[in-house]
Design a protein around this ligand. Structure first.
Ligand SMILES: Cc1cc2nc3c(=O)[nH]c(=O)nc-3n(C[C@H](O)[C@H](O)[C@H](O)COP(=O)(O)O)c2cc1C
Length: 367
């Protein structure tokens, strides 16, 4: 075992002695104060992805929810992530749900959370990002709606207007299971209305900034095949720039070993989400065609699973729970593996491998 791997393993063990929320807060503190060890990163032009005026140095991103309040953007990029998505940020600060609200299902390499968008709100997060300045990787800003808002569409529009000038890309998160009614925005009529409002707000910002900030829609893995097709159609007709697939699931696979914690309410992430999220991703790829950027998220905790997401149709991947169980060396392990894959498959860029195994996933049923 390398020294790096040893430090990584000791770090995970120490953090797992704490309850999940305390452990998470300690990690953010360590990162933001520069105390976390950093290891050598993979630099390979064959992993680069150009999207409009953005360049992703590698395809591995930190998923939303890890750095909700934009406190550790640069330190996370130092760990090797090509992009970091902060948020979800809501217009007003909110406390979220009562504690405990985050649970580790270690035997399943999974997490259940019901945080409920605890965050510092637009004003504080805006200032923090502004002070962070230019970042070495791509910054995504994920926006949402307040629990008690009486106009949720207006909350997303506020998010776009507020953060367009600071964001590499923006994400509209309509798929958290922990804000009651939020996922109803995925229903066709509501979605059409929301997307039209968001894209209008983005157009206004484009005129003001002279730059088109891409907007992604982040969806749940708990959608029927028909609903997924409708979502994809609305994304295309409203000129949304891409999709993130997926958020956590409210389902509980019967194979879960930790049946006690599985009963906790909230969204399940990590290894047991991989199959469902990847099938949803592959079907979405089929529905939108080869050109729309898709970010594949859910259950990536090995280099092989990262590659599988790309082969199923993802241009970029993101992870969160994988970091909880594998630690920070996971990022460089994935990038090393992908770099080798590009070489052994005889292609010049990883993007040439996007979707090569799409049918294998897209033909599985979505129950
Ligand atoms: C503790 C926790 C908090 C999360 N908070 C958010 C959030 O605020 N906004 C969001 O869009 N996704 C959030 N997510 C979902 C992740 O971004 C990701 O979509 C999901 O966890 C699946 O990826 P994973 O299996 O790699 O964890 C959260 C996930 C976890 C585990």
């Amino acid at each position: 075992m390398s020294i790096e791997e040893m430090i990584n393993k000791i770090g995970i063990r120490a953090l797992h002695c704490l309850d999940p929320e305390t452990s998470h807060n300690a990690t953010i503190k360590m990162l933001s104060s520069g105390l976390a060890p950093t290891f050598a990163q993979v630099e390979d032009p064959a992993l680069e992805y150009k999207w409009g005026d953005l360049t992703f140095k590698n395809p591995v991103g930190m998923a939303a929810g890890f750095d909700k309040n934009a406190q550790a953007i640069k330190p996370l990029m130092k760990l090797g992530f090509g992009h970091v998505e902060v948020g979800t940020v809501t217009p007003l600060p909110q406390e979220g749900n009562p504690k405990p609200r985050n649970f580790r299902l270690s035997a399943d390499r999974a997490v259940i959370n019901r945080y409920g968008f605890n965050n510092d709100g637009h004003d504080v997060v805006y200032e923090r990002i502004r002070k962070t300045g230019r970042t070495p990787g791509v910054l995504g800003i994920n926006v949402g709606a307040n629990k008690l808002s009486d106009d949720r569409v207006a909350d997303y529009v506020l998010g776009v207007k507020r953060f367009a000038e600071l964001a590499g890309y923006l994400t509209a998160n309509i798929s958290s299971p922990n804000t009651p009614g939020l996922r109803d925005l995925q229903e066709r009529g509501a979605l059409a209305n929301l997307l039209a409002a968001i894209i209008d707000a983005r157009r206004e910002q484009e005129d003001r900034l002279g730059r088109k900030v891409p907007v992604l829609l982040k969806i749940a893995p708990d959608v029927t095949e028909t609903a997924l097709k409708e979502i994809a159609e609305e994304v295309m007709t409203n000129n949304v720039d891409g999709m993130i697939i997926s958020n956590t699931t409210i389902t509980r696979p019967p194979t879960l070993k930790d049946q006690k914690q599985a009963k906790e309410a909230g969204g399940l992430s990590g290894a047991p989400l991989f199959e469902r999220a990847t099938v949803t991703l592959a079907k979405a790829r089929r529905a939108v065609g080869p050109d729309l950027p898709l970010f594949g998220v859910g259950g990536v905790d090995t280099p092989e699973k990262a590659a599988a997401k790309i082969f199923a149709g993802a241009n970029q991947i993101q992870l969160y729970s994988g970091m909880v169980y594998e630690g920070q060396t996971l990022v460089s392990k994935i990038n090393q593996h992908l770099s080798r894959l590009v070489a052994t498959r005889g292609v010049s860029n990883l993007q040439e491998l996007v979707g090569i195994d799409n049918a294998q996933w897209a033909e599985k049923p979505l129950d």
